[in-house]
Design a protein around this ligand. Structure first.
Ligand SMILES: Cc1cc2nc3c(=O)[nH]c(=O)nc-3n(C[C@H](O)[C@H](O)[C@H](O)COP(=O)(O)OP(=O)(O)OC[C@H]3O[C@@H](n4cnc5c(N)ncnc54)[C@H](O)[C@@H]3O)c2cc1C
Ligand SMILES: NC(=O)c1ccc[n+]([C@@H]2O[C@H](COP(=O)([O-])OP(=O)(O)OC[C@H]3O[C@@H](n4cnc5c(N)ncnc54)[C@H](O)[C@@H]3O)[C@@H](O)[C@H]2O)c1
Length: 476
């Protein structure tokens, strides 16, 4: 092409997308001795580091700590959050949106970092358009791994497309506390950001389409989180449908069905995400742009012959969580190395080359106050899978919880596969329950029989004694 310099390079593996997931896939491939390029269009580290997990938790943690202190008898925690310092601390956690540290890590791990936007041009072949407009043709001897993440979905609400709104990027990187913030969507982003900004001083209205926030989780989770948000002054509109969004003087207005109108300085649209598969050249390898990439448990993309195209993370549409995507990426990287050595055909479930946990035990924490920590299947999902279930559900009321906080309010449930007498799902809701979760993940992945779990004695007086209460309530 006139005026455009084209260079051509070959690597064993080319990973497209340098988010947490791409970094892990590339890191494992390089560790296995394969020459590996990591192509990133924006910041190495991706969404999680700069506009998602890290900044959102940096915004939430000070409020959780202050609320926790206030719940302990005898602690005088009269102070308010120092918003400017919280925002400055958040800026530190995002390294001020500078990826030099992560590029250093990648190069230290032996990766070649390629800056630019990649698209497939055919089997094992890509073109990268660099920030200065040059084209680099990359060829992969063994594998291309797509780790391009996800993008926010905006529902087709009249006026929304023409109104400037916040996505999670603005909500996690804003440098001022808004006076009034409206949040559309009662999912994980919606509840976390509603609480973070409410505790930093914003007047927050949360617009929820269902009868409770977090509607994908067991009922009690959404109910307890709604109580927590209301205690922070969040105005929650349940069963609310946004009919029109418009710009008004000084902000944004959301017209709700039933006649109510919410006016705010900013509107955060938090109505879900979809895999980012547009503009990737998928049509050149027989796939449909815009659709999620369906993968097998070793990460191989379905519908592509030759066993060279892999994907991991949000782009697959499987659980959109950093830890889960990184797990899938480790599996992909190791599977590519094993296949390059001729050591792998079909991976066995639970082997290092099969991301089997996706089917059984995906852990997630919603970092609100109270926290929601869940792993495995809900009772409904297990029943849909044909599992004969029994659910045990109770309040978290043990010596450890009483000591942990005055009027500790929390609830726990476990879903038991009655035929195998093992756990298939566990949910905890309450202050600081996040760290209880890994025990549940281990019990589910290990398929620990309840009769053996009975011998895992929780220390006294910890909140973990709720495990004992759950097993007693089951009948042990
Ligand atoms: C507000 C918010 C909070 C969250 N909090 C948590 C949390 O606490 N815990 C948790 O587990 N998960 C959390 N998540 C989810 C988590 O952020 C994602 O699951 C995770 O970032 C997915 O990682 P990824 O590498 O697949 O995608 P991404 O992080 O999106 O990375 C994809 C990368 O690919 C690059 N890219 C895309 N297309 C191209 C191309 N053609 N060429 C080159 N590069 C390209 C992008 O620039 C990007 O850097 C949160 C999400 C949001 C929105
Ligand atoms: N702590 C964490 O692990 C964490 C935190 C934030 C985000 N995430 C991940 O990021 C992804 C995206 O999060 P999210 O909250 O955007 O998606 P989500 O799918 O969790 O929730 C989207 C919400 O928007 C609602 N919604 C959709 N259309 C609507 C409309 N027209 N009007 C009103 N409400 C509408 C849905 O009912 C749902 O409650 C999720 O997969 C989540 O797991 C994880």
């Amino acid at each position: 092409m006139w005026g455009v310099r084209v260079t051509s390079e070959t690597f064993d593996v080319v990973v497209v997308g340098g988010g947490a997931v791409g970094e892990n896939a590339a890191g494992r491939a390089a560790r296995g001795g394969l020459s590996t390029a990591l192509v990133e269009a924006d910041l190495v580290g991706g969404e999680c580091s700069y506009w998602a997990c890290m900044p959102s938790k940096a915004l939430l943690r000070p409020g959780s700590a202050l609320a926790a202190a206030r719940r302990v008898p005898g602690v005088r925690a009269d102070e308010h959050l120092a918003a400017a310092e919280v925002l400055a601390s958040r800026d530190g956690f995002t390294a001020h949106w500078n990826d030099a540290g992560q590029v250093d890590w990648a190069e230290g791990a032996g990766l070649t970092v390629v800056r630019g936007r990649a698209r497939l041009t055919g089997p094992r072949a890509l073109t990268v358009t660099t920030p200065d407009g040059e084209s680099r043709a990359l060829t992969a001897r063994h594998a291309v791994v797509l780790c391009t993440g996800s993008e926010p979905v905006k529902p087709p609400i009249p006026g929304l497309a023409d109104t400037p709104v916040w996505t999670s990027r603005e909500a996690t990187s804003a440098h001022e506390v808004p006076g009034r913030l409206a949040v559309l969507g009662g999912g994980v982003v919606g509840v976390e950001m509603a609480q973070a900004w409410a505790r930093l001083g914003a007047a927050v209205t949360l617009i929820v389409a269902e009868d409770r926030p977090l509607a994908k989780l067991p009922d009690f989770a959404g109910a307890l989180v709604a109580d927590g948000l209301r205690a922070d002054g969040v105005d929650i509109r349940l069963n609310a449908r946004a009919e029109r969004v418009s710009t008004v003087a000084g902000g944004v207005a959301v017209q709700l069905s039933g006649g109510d109108r919410v006016v705010a300085d900013h509107l955060l649209v938090a109505t879900g995400r979809r895999p980012a598969t547009g503009g990737l050249g998928l049509e050149h390898v027989g796939l449909t742009p815009g659709e999620p990439l369906t993968v097998d448990d070793s990460g191989l993309v379905a519908g592509v012959a030759g066993g060279w195209l892999y994907a991991a993370g949000d782009v697959t549409g499987r659980a959109m969580l950093t830890h889960q995507g990184k797990y899938g990426a480790r599996v992909v990287g190791d599977a590519i190395v094993a296949r390059a050595r001729g050591e792998l055909d079909q991976p066995r479930p639970w082997s290092p080359h099969a991301a089997t946990a996706y089917h059984a035990a995906v852990p997630q924490v919603v970092f609100t106050d109270p926290e929601v920590a869940s792993v495995g299947r809900t009772a409904e999902a297990a029943r849909r899978d044909g599992v004969r279930t029994r659910v045990v559900e109770l309040d978290i009321a043990v010596a450890g919880s009483a000591l942990h906080a005055r009027d500790y309010t929390g609830r726990a449930s476990m879903v038991v596969d009655e035929d195998r007498r093992v756990l298939v799902g566990v949910t905890f809701v309450g202050p600081d329950v996040a760290e209880l979760l890994h025990a549940a993940t281990i019990a589910i992945v290990g398929e620990v029989p309840l009769d053996r779990l009975w011998h895992a004695v929780p220390a006294y007086p910890t909140v973990s004694e709720v495990w004992l209460r759950l097993l007693e309530a089951y009948g042990l």
